[in-house]
Write a protein that binds this ligand. Structure first.
Ligand SMILES: [Zn+2]
Length: 321
């Protein structure tokens, strides 16, 4: 089915692969998406990597499917898996998690947590990938997230959440490392924020100088906070999803739309592409269409042309890469 060839103007500014993705599921998904998007020769979806596992899948898919554009980052829900110094021994592993988790992890949780990955190594890999093209995301700060007893969100689920939160200090170190990469390489960033909008703006405005690099995904801040962003970054985008914020933050988004530009809003699903496509090949497009209708009810003047321009900002000018 080639429905995207007629409807190729619906873009997804922020989406994922399942946290539980593995080789076998990935291969099946690739078959379906190849078929659905075979006639599309330019980016339609901005696919986020969040950790060391989905990184390879995101890159591989982007290399094989022209409709898929890659973004590389460490999501705040995985930041505890990365260390700022190399960690090799059990003792060093314990020290790492004791330093960054609050309260410190129980023995049960510590056993399930993997040996952390050295942040600089991960960043070097991503810098290499960016030479082939790509943007930065998903990155950000999250004050509410708690580490699952399984160690991280992934194949092993069902153990519930521990009381442990990742220190803001550690999250900021990782977040700012990616912001510096974005500024140095002039790549757009897709940013997640829960419960710490002031801190987030502080980090971003310290590092990102260009007005057009910033996309706040599923924005949950206030109208006043948005005005602060707008003052510093007039070309900022907010990517909005049906699932996360169009229903919940409708009143705020309504106010924001009065101060927004034509290219402020971007459509996103923030969902796992593999789940959507394996469920039904047209599900992704249908969801984007519904999101578009809802966004139109908030900002009447919006059309697919302005949304396309906004999406192009989200992936940046790839011709100079
Ligand atoms: Zn996301």
């Amino acid at each position: 089915m080639n429905y995207y060839s007629e409807n190729g103007r619906f873009h997804d500014g922020h989406c994922h692969l399942s946290p539980s993705i593995n080789e076998e599921a990935f291969e099946r998904f690739k078959g379906v998406i190849h078929c659905a998007l075979s006639r599309v020769d330019k980016p339609l979806v901005n696919l986020m990597s969040t950790n060391h596992i989905d990184l390879q899948f995101v890159r591989q898919l982007a290399m094989e499917v022209p409709a898929v554009f890659p973004s590389y980052g460490i999501h705040p829900w995985y930041s505890h898996l990365f260390s700022v110094v190399p960690v090799n021994t059990e003792e060093e592993k314990r020290n790492h998690y004791h330093q960054i988790l609050n309260p410190p992890p129980s023995q049960e949780l510590l056993t399930n947590l993997p040996m952390p990955i050295y942040l600089n190594d991960h960043i070097k890999t991503i810098e290499q990938y960016l030479e082939e093209g790509g943007a930065i995301g998903e990155i950000g700060l999250d004050k509410v997230f708690r580490v699952p007893y399984s160690g991280f969100m992934g194949p092993r689920e069902g153990l519930g959440l521990s009381p442990c939160r990742v220190s803001m200090n550690h999250q900021i170190i990782i977040f700012e490392a990616f912001l510096r990469m974005a500024q140095a390489k002039n790549r757009p960033v897709s940013i997640h924020c829960v419960g710490c909008h002031g801190k987030l703006l502080e980090s971003v405005q310290k590092i990102i100088k260009s007005s057009s690099l910033v996309t706040l995904h599923s924005y949950s801040g206030s109208y006043d906070q948005f005005k602060l962003w707008m003052k510093k970054y007039p070309n900022i985008r907010l990517s909005v999803s049906k699932v996360l914020n169009l229903d919940k933050y409708k009143d705020t988004l309504q106010k924001i739309s009065s101060a927004a530009k034509e290219t402020t809003f971007v459509l996103e699903t923030d969902l796992s592409l593999d789940m959507l496509f394996l469920d039904a090949p047209n599900k992704h497009l249908e969801l984007l269409k519904t999101t578009y209708e809802e966004l139109k009810s908030i900002q009447g003047g919006i059309d697919l042309g302005s949304l396309t321009s906004a999406f192009e900002y989200c992936i940046g000018d790839q011709t100079n890469n």
